[in-house]
Design a protein around this ligand. Sequence first.
Ligand code: GLC
Length: 723
Amino acid sequence: MARSPVVCLALLLAASCGGGDSAPSVRSNSEEVQGRREEVKVAGESSADSSGEVMRLLRSMDDTDLEVRWRAEFALGRVSPYGIRSLADALRDENPRIRLAAAFVLGAQGKRAKPATTALIDALADKEGGVRTWAAQALGDIDPDDYRISSALTKALHDPLPDVRRVCLTILTRLGPRAAEAVPALIDLLQDADAGIRARSCVAFREIGPDGKAGIAALVARLADPDSIVRDRAAEALAKVGPDGVPALARALKERDPNVRRLAAEVLGAFGGESRSADAELNEAAKDPDAAVQKAATEALRRVKNDAGDAASMRGTTFIESPDAVARRSAGYKWAKFGLFVHWGIYSVPARAKPGQQSEWLMENEQLSVKEYEHFALNFGAENFNPAEWAKLANETGARYLVLTAKHHDGFCLWNSKLTPYSAARFAPAKRDLVGELAAACGKADVKFCAYYSLLDWHHPDYGPNFPKYVEYAHGQIGELLANYPLWGLWLDGEWGHTVDDWKGGDLITLLRQSKPDAFINDRLGRESRGTIAGVDFYTKETDVPATILRMQSRPTAWEAAQTFGHSWGYVESSDPLKSAERVIVEMVDAVSKGGNFLLNIGPRPDGTIPDALRERMKIIGAWLQKNGDSIYDTDRSPFNGRIPAGRVSVKGSRLFVFLEEYPKDGIITLPGLKTKIREAWVLDGKRELQVRDTGIQAPDLIEGSPVTVVAIELEGVPEVKK
Ligand code: GLC
């Protein structure tokens, strides 16, 4: 039986939330349980702030009843700033379950948990592994760029528990070159007993780039790793760390293991002319007894000669279209602003992820064979899938579009593809065309429907060995989606292993533009092309929006931030602290104030039901948008080039919106550099007029219970701001 996605804290302490009969009973109707549920439900309706209340809720996180647990988590996600301090104190409680629960819920708070930073850093030395794991996670969500935090996480890379090491690695990887301080620890992790961790440390080196050169020798050694994923990641990392690796790679061309020789040749090829000093060794390798090595070395020599490294092959499309079509699409995309992302597939059946992992990556996380993984499809029944109800939920949440994973990296299709039997319609007991049904229901509910399609495919036999044939398959499938469903957009992913040219990205854009001129396409079309490729409609970013967005602001292309409630995108039954609705609203406001769209993800269960813990949060977001949607939909980014002292800003024509999270200093909203005259100002929710003064606008009291109070300011024209 499927369990709900909330904290199974009792089991967590035993360091596992796996399946089995030990799951607490979901249905318990005794009056006593009802009473406990009611109590935590009430607590979730306001924001707890006394330490007594916080402690009571923390204890409820250990309740035998599932609903009591998720409601307690829900309530703790909304505590007041004072409550955050109580949670920090609870990290020092003598009861390990209380400490664990506190670390766990602090992980859902994001930057709000900042006052708990010191306590969380101390908790990295807790006796209990679970406490250390969730403390690390929480610190990463506060601000991994904070030096105190990044050094503490770097130190924790040597934690005895793999979960802690994995979480720290995942967070530090997101820092890219700013994680260079961690290089010595990362070199140690390249020898970790856990293959997943070795692979992740390679990814960390890839993201660090040239500053990771101290790791070259250790990375070259990984080309001989017993695990093929580690070998591939090591090669990718070496390519990014750069040509300082040429001498070591030239030596590796003489290793006994043909895999090592082939990968070394491939990396040398990626450097183009910079591998010139390895000419002699490459010439030798071009005569290698192993055919794959020969091929890689010959290709590398060609690149060395022509100096055609990977960067040169990054081209977009040549498809020329009318400016009208482009303008129409971009207006439509801006109008929509907020979408719902749905990750649904057979990974929703096992629904598990260790801390620092994502459930939809299960096949790779656990190195499952195609056969082992296919087995999960037997329980993908979609028995309770009600597409009209999903579309209604999207509407109620305020989402104007919905993106469904028609195919994720596992290759399993949610529509009845003619090109493979591996689909919900033919391979799984669902026996339904889920894409078709949801597209139709969305159409009726006026929610724009988009398909997510993963180019990467762990299931298709041609993906690795016969790549050009696989590309034909992928184009064929995308053609099916375009021909058979009313797509408003095509959301690609999983492109990173190959270049735009390998994917024939230009042809894909042409295919889309010809069959659906009003449909969008995102930027995940080829290795290293995100955020730069021409000819697409929007750039995508996930989770690390604040760090990267400033670079994007200077570009005209639209962009979108994708965020999920937990750490996984697919459904998880094991623990995964869920962000509060309030935190998600702030994330949405952040993206919108920077000109982005916001795509909020949910993971339904395999039967098609959507967990109540998510629904409750979506209800709050929908209610906030009902009142404040004018400041979100169809708006542009702040004309002030970022925040003003009072908070974030968006604009629609001559109307500014200021998003207040705190009461502004001196009680005045100042608008630095604004040259346009102010006509009037009011609180958006409730329409209360505000006094306009010479210095700015009299700030209103903040709306109780709302994470953001929006002030609308009507100007005499479009805002002009002194730069
Ligand atoms: C990342 C995840 C993937 C998810 C996607 C959504 O690429 O690895 O599983 O589908 O983000 O943007």
